[in-house]
Ligand binder design. Structure first.
Ligand SMILES: [Zn+2]
Length: 199
């Protein structure tokens, strides 16, 4: 059933046996200690490692690379990747994607929704077997993405915050506020703080 009994992760489209093969933080590889800025995660089905990688929350694509054909331990360390800006200072990065697997529709500026396919798990760049390096950044600093990979925490967006407010009866037209709030300074922040309190 995978590590911690995990058979699903919001970063994979399909269920399977899911293992975190290398955690966030300091690690020693080949006698060298350095910081690992992401969480490495693998989805197994029997002995096979295949997985469709999906956006973990709504956002906008800020970078795409799809030209790395295989393993490369010297240059192109991230391999093929997609990065997504979720607003509120939250960014996610998905490294080592399979060559040619990133859909043509995923380009810089593309709006993605939670669950949209952004590529396939692969073995490109500084990688020793198919896996996903999932990196979460808050205001430019890498933080531990594991609780998000396990579905214990979710990245909130203006849209998800408004859904909370609607469910609590604070507003009745999320679509209106989705249009209006970004135009008013501090309003998205106020909405977010309310949503956190109400959740
Ligand atoms: Zn990694």
């Amino acid at each position: 059933m995978g590590q911690y009994g995990l058979s699903r992760s919001p970063v994979f489209k399909e269920s399977g046996d899911i293992y975190e093969t290398s955690p966030f933080g300091m690690r020693t590889l080949g006698g060298k200690t350095c910081k690992h800025y992401g969480v490495d995660v693998v989805r197994y089905v029997g002995y096979n490692t295949t997985a469709t990688i999906v956006a973990i929350a709504d956002g906008k694509v800020t970078a795409v690379k799809n030209t790395v054909t295989g393993v490369d331990h010297r240059r192109n360390l991230e391999g093929n990747f997609v990065t997504i800006d979720h607003g509120g200072g939250m960014v996610t990065k998905y490294f080592h994607l399979k060559h040619g697997s990133i859909p043509a529709s995923i380009r810089v500026g593309t709006t993605v929704h939670k669950g949209d396919t952004i590529g396939y798990m692969g073995n490109t760049g500084d990688s020793y077997g198919a896996h996903l390096h999932f990196q979460l950044e808050q205001n430019g600093q890498a933080i531990d993405g594991a609780p998000y990979l396990r579905g214990q925490k979710t990245i909130s967006t203006l849209e998800s915050d408004l859904t909370v407010l609607q469910q609590c009866g604070v507003i009745n037209s999320p679509a209106y506020w989705l249009q209006t709030a970004p135009k008013v300074q501090y309003l998205p922040e106020l909405i977010h703080n309310m949503a956190v309190k109400l959740q």
